[in-house]
Design a protein around this ligand. Structure first.
Ligand code: PHE
Length: 346
């Protein structure tokens, strides 16, 4: 009877061991069968009631089952541990070739990029950087640059007044006066910065940016102006770029000109559908001219102007306009919306 029981328990346990799918179940089986109060121990406790002749037989059989089960448990344990390890290796593996999540990188605003590009070009031919305030006196913004009180440019419609006699500068031209007042000639400066006009549509913004250039020395001529701007245009738009000067009027220069560059997109093979020059072959990019003698008078250079043959040229470039041309930006307002989908393209 006991032998039969042993066999039953032993075989059932072997099956359970084989079927145990986790280390916990396996341990549970071991305790239930081989533990102190386990099934096998219970059987051996009943050994007392067996006859002396049966006892060694039962004892031997019980030991044999015990060994057999222990071996089975050990083997199963080893293989279950291997399975657990394999799963761990598989699931916790890190793929070192997987690209990591990159932090968002900022980029310079197209206006900043364009400003830096322009400054770099002119710095290579000796222009120093200078700046002036955005809140400017009406005198320096207008009177000193030969825009008299009754000039239409001073109209409330265009100019933001910040107080009596104080304006948000409408151009960077007052920096010409500031420079000449604080420095002795010769001067050769470039001055980028924000300017303000009460105007707003797809090509005008109430705040925009200009770069003022000024070169004053003995005997500076219109051909120096053309040579300088021609160098600038080639550096900016490519070595085949040509420029042309069209007579124009600005109160602070005489003579004055609007300057066009040959279209860098259709390269004078003029296409009527060109989206940059619209078929004209030329793109207007700046205003320029020879510094008006009245400006020399306003800054006290008047004597030198006559005595030393002092002359100079000046020019003003719209930075947004250049940025829009370079990057084919269709609407000026995109540059002020702060939309990262736009900004991240630069
Ligand atoms: N100040 C002019 C403007 O705002 C540009 C300019 C500067 C023209 C210097 C001639 C010389 O349009």
């Amino acid at each position: 009877m006991i032998i039969e029981n042993l066999k039953l328990i032993g075989e059932k346990t072997l099956t359970e061991v084989a079927e145990a799918s986790t280390l916990a179940t396996l341990d549970e089986v071991r305790v239930r069968v081989l533990g102190k109060k386990g099934a096998l121990s219970e059987i051996l406790k009943g050994l007392g009631s067996a006859s002396p002749a049966e006892r060694p037989v039962i004892g031997a059989a019980a030991n044999e089952w015990k060994k057999k089960l222990e071996t089975a448990l050990d083997e199963r344990k080893v293989s279950l541990e291997q399975i657990v390890l394999d799963a761990k290796i598989r699931d916790e593996r890190s793929d070192v070739s997987l690209p990591s999540r990159m932090p968002h990188r900022g980029s310079l605003h197209p206006i900043t990029q364009t400003t830096r590009k322009l400054v770099k070009i002119f710095s290579r031919i000796g222009f120093d950087l200078n700046t002036g305030p955005e809140i400017e006196s009406e005198y320096l913004n207008f009177d000193a640059v030969n825009i008299p009180a009754d000039h239409p440019a001073r109209d409330m419609q265009d100019t933001f007044f910040a107080g009596p006699g104080v304006v948000l500068r409408t151009h960077t031209t007052p920096v010409q006066i500031r420079t000449m007042k604080s420095e002795k000639w010769p001067v050769r400066i470039l001055s980028p910065g924000a300017v303000y006009r009460n105007d707003s549509d797809a090509t005008h913004s109430p705040m925009f940016h200009q770069i003022e250039g000024l070169w004053i020395d003995r005997g500076v001529t219109m051909s120096d102006l053309k040579g300088t701007l021609s160098f600038f245009a080639r550096e900016l738009f490519g070595s085949e770029t040509k420029i042309r000067l069209r007579p124009s009027y600005f109160p602070f220069v005489e003579p004055g000109a609007e300057v066009d560059v040959s279209c860098f997109l259709c390269r004078l093979k003029i296409s009527p559908t060109c989206k940059v020059c619209r078929g004209s072959g030329w793109i207007e990019i700046l205003g320029a001219g020879m510094v008006h003698p009245r400006l020399f008078e306003a800054v006290g250079y008047g004597d030198a102007y006559l005595r030393e043959g002092l002359t100079g040229f000046a020019f003003g470039i719209g930075i947004e306009r250049v940025a829009m041309l370079l990057h084919e930006i269709p609407d000026l307002r995109l540059m002020y919306d702060g939309d990262v989908r736009f900004l991240s393209q630069f």
